[in-house]
Design a protein around this ligand. Structure first.
Ligand code: COA
Length: 375
């Protein structure tokens, strides 16, 4: 594969899955047959994670038990807390989560768990604790208690409570919950595919998730939500944003949060998060960032025929939830762990080592050169 355009495995079908369908008619997203709109509006992140991991929507009892199970797994072992304290406060939070994932593997190895679902649930419950224990310790020197406040505290409420030191409003909890649902799963995206490659070597569960975290970090993938916020923050008004983005486009720069490899018409998740971004902005009484975002969206449609992907309006929604920009991509981890885990379990269920071929375009066979003969 020579040029970039033909590379990147674009349009290559690299395997089978029964977990989700992405952009079947250029748009649309379904997790195990359920539309992301229904899951976001009528369900919850816990129902979504259960659906992805266990293959069906939970009934009332299963959902209550699942919420309780996750809520009971939020405390971290002492030596892991010590590691989080020793990491620099200036570390990239994605480094913190990747390290936390690896450290938990050493303290709670998969062989000693009851099965992959137990590890998946533990990581889903513990990533928020790791991130915010590290963040609060280095920001204020406080060793926060990461245990759940109630027996069924949601992932969304736990995250926002640890971040802000108080329980979130209903509106904020629901907005966060919707965002986690939207980020949960996306077929063979780069990080999920990478996690499946690791799983296909019969490596352990934590290694697959750590692979996913490392792959998600890049700005062409999960890192785009942070990059989108930095872009929006560069402007004080819609007019300034219009001039600024036009100038970036004239210099052939990528505008983060726009475009998609699979969707050709629209990203269904963007419409949902955009509505939440507006709702949060109205509740906060400040539409400035929302209006700047909308102007950039209009301009990108007009100038490049590109639509926003999930990351673009997630940026303004997260700002309104009081989430610091460097934590945007880590929040993606908290959610996508459910999708990664479902894919690792699926890969293991019908495994064959993932090992593609490459077209070689290097030098022809060469005679060996002695050291003194080399230039
Ligand atoms: N800003 C400006 N131009 C963009 C663009 C963006 N965000 N996304 C795509 N384009 C342009 C490309 O420059 C290219 O133009 P050209 O044909 O004149 O060279 C054309 O649209 C096709 O893009 P291409 O790079 O082939 O698409 P891809 O499928 O390889 O890349 C993304 C998909 C998502 C990596 C790409 O759209 C991107 O980099 N977006 C920004 C990062 C982002 O938001 N990532 C999160 C994805 S959910």
């Amino acid at each position: 594969m020579a040029a970039n355009k033909t590379g990147g495995l674009a349009d290559v079908v690299a395997g089978r899955t029964s977990i989700s369908t992405v952009g079947k008619e250029g748009h649309g997203l379904h997790y195990r047959g359920y539309s992301v709109e229904d899951l976001a509006e009528r369900g919850s992140f816990e129902e979504t994670a259960f659906l992805l991991l266990y293959g069906k929507l939970p009934n009332q009892t299963e959902l209550q038990m699942y919420r309780r199970r996750l809520a009971s797994k939020r405390e971290l072992p002492e030596p892991l807390l010590a590691i989080l304290e020793r990491l620099p406060g200036t570390a990239h939070p994605m480094d913190v989560l990747r390290t936390g994932c690896s450290a938990l593997a050493a303290f709670e190895p998969e062989e000693q768990r009851r099965g992959p679902h137990e590890v998946a649930d533990r990581l889903l419950a513990a990533f928020g604790s790791m991130l915010l224990y590290w963040q609060q310790y280095h920001r204020s020197g406080r060793r926060i208690d990461t245990a759940s406040a109630t027996p069924e505290e949601s992932v969304a409420a736990h995250f926002l409570r640890l971040l802000h030191g108080q329980a979130p409003s209903e509106l904020h909890e629901k907005a966060m919950d919707v965002s986690l649902t939207l980020y949960a799963e996306h077929e063979f995206n780069a990080s999920t595919f990478a996690a499946r490659v690791t799983a296909s070597t019969l490596s352990d569960f934590y290694s697959s998730i750590a692979t996913g975290i490392g792959t998600l970090r890049g700005p062409l993938h999960g890192g785009a939500n942070e990059a989108a916020m930095e872009l929006i923050d560069a402007y004080d008004s819609p007019e300034e944003a219009e001039q600024g983005v036009l100038s970036l486009l004239s210099r052939k720069q990528l505008i983060m949060g726009f475009g998609h490899r699979v969707y050709t018409v629209s990203d269904p998740r963007s419409d949902i998060v955009k509505r939440w971004s507006r709702r949060l902005a109205e509740a906060a009484g400040t539409l400035r960032i929302y209006n700047i975002s909308e102007r950039i969206e209009q301009l990108m449609r007009r100038e490049k025929r590109l639509f926003p992907n999930l990351d673009f309006y997630s940026a303004s929604a997260y700002r309104l939830l009081g989430i610091p920009t460097p934590l945007f991509t880590p929040v993606f981890v908290l959610s996508r762990t459910s999708g990664w885990a479902a894919h690792v379990i699926e890969q293991r269920g019908n495994n064959r080592l993932i090992r593609p071929r490459a077209d070689y375009d290097g030098p022809e066979p060469q005679p060996w050169l002695l050291l003194e003969e080399r230039s």
